[in-house]
Ligand binder design. Structure first.
Ligand code: LIP
Length: 289
């Protein structure tokens, strides 16, 4: 981010407000994480419903976690807008909106696979575009919290303490460890499988962890060299995309614009051109990134 752009952001939301947003994001993510980790009912009692397809699940814990987060936001910042995966959008009167995925990686959570996270972003409207200024991705089962504040870098808090994050320096696609994910719709997954078949022989290897926010944070901390996924939602990437950019990476769509519902691509700037070029070929072959 340029200094001029950061100054423009700070004209809208000053450092003291950023302090408050950062503190609330961490507090809300920690509270939701505690609930998800320690108050989950037994498998035979866990209430599970479906959304867009029979495999697109939402549990009572997704909804309970979002309730904890929104309650804290409404207590401390009642005028802010809220966009939540489970609760929809609530308009606000302030220049701040919160984008919440209370449980990213719901299927992993359901199957007791630890790769899931609470994702919370605070955004402000800059030149007509909502921009994340604070992002927290908290994964209690992975004992990791990735976080960033605009202009102040990205960090990982874990058992080893706090580490400043930098994306990997891998610029060769053939040596790049990539990650992706698949949608809940079978026809979409067939298309994504064709793109995967195109990409697999052209990179080092591919991981599919099942939580976009964690995939993106692994790009930020260098565990992955790149990531792409089609069809993820704003709440999946709003926090983690800031963490990637504050770690020196870029997060875009296929044309190099802001990430969106078509596709989200994350990498260091040296790898990004070849990754995008190959995805474009793969997309044509696979008819769906
Ligand atoms: C998930 C994403 C993941 C994607 C899954 C699902 P959810 O979000 O984080 O990257 O591959 O299909 O969309 O549904 O667990 O919040």
């Amino acid at each position: 981010m340029t200094t001029a752009h950061l100054e423009h952001v700070l004209d809208i939301v000053d450092e003291a407000t950023l302090d408050a947003l950062e503190s609330l994001a961490h507090q809300a993510a920690a509270a939701a994480g505690e609930l998800l980790l320690h108050e989950r009912p037994a498998d035979n009692e866990l209430q599970v419903a479906t959304k867009t397809t029979p495999s697109d699940v939402v549990t009572e814990m997704d909804e309970a976690a979002e309730a904890v987060i929104t309650s804290l936001i409404r207590t401390f910042r009642p005028d802010d807008a809220i966009v939540g995966e489970e609760g929809g959008t609530t308009a606000g009167l302030s220049p701040v909106r919160w984008v919440i995925d209370p449980l990213d990686g719901t299927v992993n959570y359901l199957y007791r696979i630890p790769c899931w996270a609470v994702s919370i972003a605070a955004q402000v409207l800059v030149d007509g575009q909502w921009q994340s200024v604070v992002g927290v991705v908290h994964s209690p089962a992975l004992r990791s919290t990735w976080h960033a504040r605009v202009g102040s870098g990205a960090f990982l808090d874990d058992a080893d303490g706090r580490e400043r994050l930098h994306v990997s320096g891998q610029t060769q696609l053939s040596q790049a460890l990539l990650a992706t994910g698949f949608g809940y719709d079978a026809a979409r997954r067939a298309e994504q499988g064709r793109t995967l078949a195109h990409m697999a022989p052209r990179c080092r290897d591919i991981r599919r962890a099942g939580a976009a926010a964690v995939d993106l944070c692994w790009v930020a901390d260098g565990r992955l060299d790149g990531y792409w996924e089609r069809g993820i939602k704003l709440w999946d990437h709003a926090a983690a995309a800031l963490i990637v950019s504050e770690a020196g990476g870029i997060v875009t769509d296929l044309a190099g614009g802001p990430p969106g519902p078509d596709v989200v691509i994350a990498a260091n700037s040296g790898l990004w051109p070849d990754l995008v070029a190959e995805l474009k070929v793969g997309d044509v072959l696979g008819s769906g990134v």
